[in-house]
Design a protein around this ligand. Sequence first.
Ligand SMILES: Nc1ncnc2c1ncn2[C@@H]1O[C@H](COP(=O)(O)OP(=O)(O)O)[C@@H](O)[C@H]1O
Ligand SMILES: [Mg+2]
Length: 257
Amino acid sequence: MTSNKLLSVSSLKKSFGGLQAVNVDSLEFSENEITSLIGPNGAGKTTFFDLLTKFQNPDQGNIFFEGENVTSFQSYKLARLGMTRTFQLTRVFEKMSVLENMQFSGSSVKNESISRSLIKGKSLNNFEKELEIEVDRILELLNLSHMKYSYARELSGGQKKLLELGRALIRKPKLLLLDEPLAGVNPKLAEEILDIIKNLSIEGINIIMVEHNINAVMKISERVVVMAEGKIIADGEPEAIRNNENVIEAYLGKVNE
Ligand SMILES: Nc1ncnc2c1ncn2[C@@H]1O[C@H](COP(=O)(O)OP(=O)(O)O)[C@@H](O)[C@H]1O
Ligand SMILES: [Mg+2]
């Protein structure tokens, strides 16, 4: 089986003991879209991201990225192909500066770039300079330039989310998987992060985002996919999803439990 879609999965399953956390028959993502993945707590959204990016292995199923069967690929290889994620609970290095956090992530693309630079006759020194120029560009984009030399632990929760995003961007992703990028962020910064995500999409980075802030989801997404109990229960344009009875029931069901 091949596919010319950006990303597609078939029969993707993961259980924890008796609990079927993810059970997705078939799902495809196209290029140039912001897709939001929503659903009640425990629906399986993070586990789905974990399977896509190989932070966990699926029990069964196939994953295709740009037409290539990547089911057996490990995380680092997927990242190298352009598939990068952020985490619901940020994973920045608290005892490193913002710059060092960025350089650390940049070093994953470094080895390949270094070989390329050397072939082109550039020095290592040049490579370090180029990386720092790119770090500066991204920090500027994220409004974090003034924190460049601060420890990550000095950042606010929202700024840590931004740094996490920056660490993903330094890897030059084609596809960004964002797990709750607005969670715990104040409304003003959330608005800023949304604008940044929108701009990344306009620049050609494909986005799949798990997010609980429904207003934000409706505002920014071209497509909304809804998960409940591991399965996809709805998939469509934001307006249609807002009025979908299965979706309303999935959320209300949880509230009443
Ligand atoms: N490592 C794990 N071990 C056991 N159960 C897990 C594990 N990770 C997730 N789960 C369970 O799988 C279900 C889906 O979790 P998760 O993917 O985190 O949902 P969501 O991100 O949609 O809130 C939940 O019932 C959760 O308790
Ligand atoms: Mg989650």
